[in-house]
Design a protein around this ligand. Sequence first.
Ligand SMILES: [Zn+2]
Length: 291
Amino acid sequence: MRIFDPHIHMSARTTDDYVAMYESGVRAVVEPSFWLGQPRTNVGSFVDYFDALIGWERFRAAQYGIRHHCTIGLNPKEANDPRCREVLAVLPRYLAKDGVVAVGELGYDSMTPEEDEVFVAQLALARDFGLPAVVHTPHRDKAAGTTRTLEVVRDSGIGPERVVVDHLNETTVVEVAASGCWMGFSIYPDTKMDERRMVAILREYGTDRMLVNSAADWGQSDPLKTRKTGQAMLDAGFTEHDVDVVLWQNPVAFYGQSGRLHLDPVPGFVGREPLAPATFEGNSVLRGARV
Ligand SMILES: [Zn+2]
């Protein structure tokens, strides 16, 4: 089973996770930029984080045979903090970089006017840079948040085929399916959405425009949930081809719209052994060199 996890926060995970993910079939990931739990107090904090996503994290993943890509954006929670607003001015610099395959995570947290403004501005950036957008739906007030999200996407002029609306459930999927946007599902170890419910949704809606992710971060989460969902699909009678569509071909098609996916196997990578001595010396090492 080959797996592309389209939404996982690897910076919050250990190297053991990369090893276990590789063994489970994960060969590519996208790490959306998000908040850190601790509020950032200035734009420099974002710059260092973005540099870590395009530099260090990509390098670390490659050492374990996994192709790492990221999305860059001002997340909805911090959109409300005036100290973080300046980051909008540095986004264009990052959106031009190799390895950045979408704008995100965008969307709503508490649906404030500040979040509206930042959401609209970043959808415009996605349009200008020809990049897809990863849009998160709020955990509270999810139904209203999803409706409002789809209205903003529609008004922005970005094509729905370039937008994934993420963290959906049985209720919110209906509207997103009708909108033409891609449908993202995060499979958690607790009750929000599990493998069994995911399989039922795939039965009802089919595999078209469906993305399944682990959304693993520093919270209670499991980076192998993609693999476990693939297994649950097989157990329920889906074919290996169906599993490949959901866990590989769909994320490739969605993020491939950026023209920046690197999916060739990591050179020299064998089994669980890390690559022969390699040193990370900052982003300059990675510039031009596809690690
Ligand atoms: Zn996330």
